[in-house]
Design a protein around this ligand. Structure first.
Ligand SMILES: [Mn+2]
Length: 325
């Protein structure tokens, strides 16, 4: 097993592709741009391409935001493919075909549901974020400010700004070391987490007004339809953060938030507070994620989505109680 990213760069490697997952989040952007930044600075002789779906404006301060690719233009096999924060092979975003043909495939991740789909898998379910995993593969003395800022961004996003249970002493130690490199921590949080358009504030409001309690208040659930996104001039990625707000509801162990991505096809985000394993619940629908944060796709009308999700959560809550966890 390698200990640093440098050990990946063997003499036979000329071309590298780095990729994150579909519907990228802050950890996906942070971890992939960290690897891209580190490799392009330290190995200028190599051809290093970064593949990402559209990067929203709040992440455009990250390295690579000017040069990333959203489609594969040259499908020649790459010598090394690096996936970051991708939990299953199906979730490799725009660079899927490059993964299939790559000569060597390496995965860095922290998803407990990751089956180890690459040739070499570096999966740490106890790490807060893939960015924290990447931090541990970069020699501290070689860590530059751009790369450090990317890692900090990934950690901030996957921990809900150090508020979630996945924030460990190791996470805080990594964050402290990143700040010592000069990372503008408060600015990154304001720019990429706190700031939002007024349209998005209205979208959040619509979801909050529609939220309801179920199962004796153990579950809080809401949804947004395609028509809502259209009404407020928002895209589905603008709904990120709604489920985390719902989760703050007093008495609710689980928050579920469904948003329509195609007619009668919903993406459902699940968050739990103290004991329910939402990764298992999401797996009922072919999804996955983490113990306290997971997601899945569910087809049907909005009423059907509610009934399917609530049925699985009801059983999961009953089984969890029965096993005394
Ligand atoms: Mn992540």
């Amino acid at each position: 097993m390698i200990k640093t990213l440098d050990e990946l760069i063997t003499a036979d490697i000329r071309t590298i592709a780095i990729a994150g997952h579909v519907r990228p989040d802050g950890d996906c952007f942070g971890s992939t741009t960290a690897v891209w930044s580190y490799l392009t600075k330290n190995y200028p002789e190599l051809s290093v391409s970064l593949y990402l779906e559209e990067m929203p404006p709040e992440f455009r301060f990250l390295p690579g935001s000017e040069t990333y690719l959203s489609e594969v233009k040259d499908s020649a096999p790459v010598d090394l493919f690096i996936s970051c924060d991708v939990s299953t092979v199906e979730r490799i975003g725009v660079a899927g075909e490059l993964f299939e043909n790559a000569k060597r495939r390496v995965c860095f991740d922290h998803h407990i549901s990751n089956p180890g789909f690459a040739d070499e898998n570096h999966i740490y379910p106890d790490a807060s974020s893939c960015a924290e995993v990447i931090f541990n593969y970069i020699p501290y003395e070689k860590l530059d400010l751009d790369t450090a800022s990317s890692i900090y961004t990934g950690i901030v996003h996957d921990t809900g700004v150090f508020q979630q249970a996945n924030t460990t002493p190791e996470t805080m130690e990594a964050a402290a070391k990143l700040l010592r490199k000069g990372v503008p921590g408060a600015w990154i949080v304001d720019k990429s987490v706190n700031e939002r358009s007024h349209a998005r504030t209205l979208l959040f409001g619509a979801a909050f007004l529609r939220s309801r309690l179920f199962l004796d208040g153990q579950v809080v659930m809401s949804h947004l339809c395609l028509s809502d996104f259209e009404k407020y001039g928002c895209s589905s990625s603008d709904s990120q953060g709604i489920v985390a707000e719902l989760r703050k509801t007093t008495g609710a162990e689980v928050a579920a938030f469904a948003y329509e991505i195609e007619p009668d096809s919903y993406r459902v985000s699940l968050r739990s507070c103290e004991y329910l394993n939402v990764s298992d619940a999401a797996a009922h629908f072919g999804g996955g994620g983490h113990v306290r944060a997971a997601g899945c796709g569910v087809k049907g009308s909005v009423a059907e989505v509610y009934s399917q999700i609530l049925a699985v959560l009801k059983t999961a809550l009953e089984n969890t109680r029965a096993s005394g966890i």
